[in-house]
Design a protein around this ligand. Sequence first.
Ligand code: GDP
Length: 444
Amino acid sequence: MFDTLQDRLQSAFKSLRGKGRLSEADIDAVAREIRVALLDADVAVPVVRDFIANVKERARGSEVSQALNPAQQVIKIVNDELVTILGGETRRIQYAKNPPTVIMLAGLQGAGKTTLAGKLGLWLKGQGKSPMLVAADLQRPNAVNQLQVVGGQAGVTVFAPEPGNGIGDPVKVATDGLAEARRTLHDVVIVDTAGRLGIDAELMQQAADIRAAVDPDEVLFVIDAMIGQDAVVTAEAFLEGVDFTGVVLTKLDGDARGGAALSVRSITGRPIMFASTGEKLTDFDAFHPDRMASRILDMGDMLTLIEQAEKALDTEQAAKDAERMLGGRFTMDDLLTQLEGIAKLGSMSKIMGMIPGMGQYKDQINNFDEREFDRIKAIIKSMTPAERDNPKLIDGSRRTRISKGSGTQVKDVNNVVDQFFAMRKMMQQMSKGGGMPGMPGIPG
Ligand code: GDP
């Protein structure tokens, strides 16, 4: 899911690499790429339009951050806007003051309602609840039996109509189920309802009747994330026909383009509350807009890091440093300032852990000796101001003196000096363009 969208967004951001500031034309170009990427992912047109307008306005606007380079700024803006269209805050189930809490499921046939009933039952059990499933989908021949199976797997009680008793009347089954739950002290009732392959008036009426009869605390509209542009029409029809308090996205594990996930909240104004990511009962969790956005951007916790950098760096100082370094005048003092800036962000292993793609270096990260930083700092501090300013002065005898002064070995001093020159070379290359959108102050 979202693979193509991810790739397209990454390549849009790539075009901003090495830019010192964004021109109007840069913003237009990146906005155009993002727009096409979203449309190709089946995100609804009005949603894309608003999204792009906001990104452009913010990229042009005042929030030019000293701590972030242009690529990072755009990534951050896109992330924020994704979180917004996905609903902002995580929305939790609102439990009734007087149990049982009634949760009704609605959606097209095949959306994954029955499976969801089992998943939600299991999840609620994990939350310390005692749920009961009610089989009010009497349309699909096997639905009652299927609910009994998933209920069994989840270890959750299922209320099903006795053959010959109430068959054919889903409203009666739903109200009987609710009464049974009250009697047996279940604190959450999940009512599965019938779906059709397409939207039809009778289906909507039935769902509306069940709704009126059981007065649910939550009505969850279940939608298959793979249905593409149809999501908009389906969601609008259910909103009008039944109304709902929240959305559950299913089949997020599929390889489709996933536009439903990105459109449904904006189109309906209702929060996405849960997401299903597979056929197993455990492939299910509460939906977190911020986590989903960073998953779409494939940024790991890069954004957290960007935010921390923004907070930690003294922006005025950072601007001065950047100017000097872009002029090719990177000194040992700069290196020291950078190291101290990193120290402000937190431990190195934590920082590395937040950078996407670093998972493969887990062992090295865990073995990273935080004291290495201190050693480097001690070495630089043992240099004279002249040496820091012009490290070319640091010959053999000076290296011996510095190692003694810092309590390190000559080879440690050699390493620092070599690394310094390697960094300076890289910075000079970056300032000539083609740089990477790396962290501010973390060379490379
Ligand atoms: P209902 O008609 O809405 O009750 O839908 P079902 O619960 O019967 O689900 C329809 C099909 O989708 C079944 O084969 C489920 O196993 C499958 N399904 C449900 N949720 C998911 C999911 O999140 N991912 C995948 N891959 N399949 C799912």
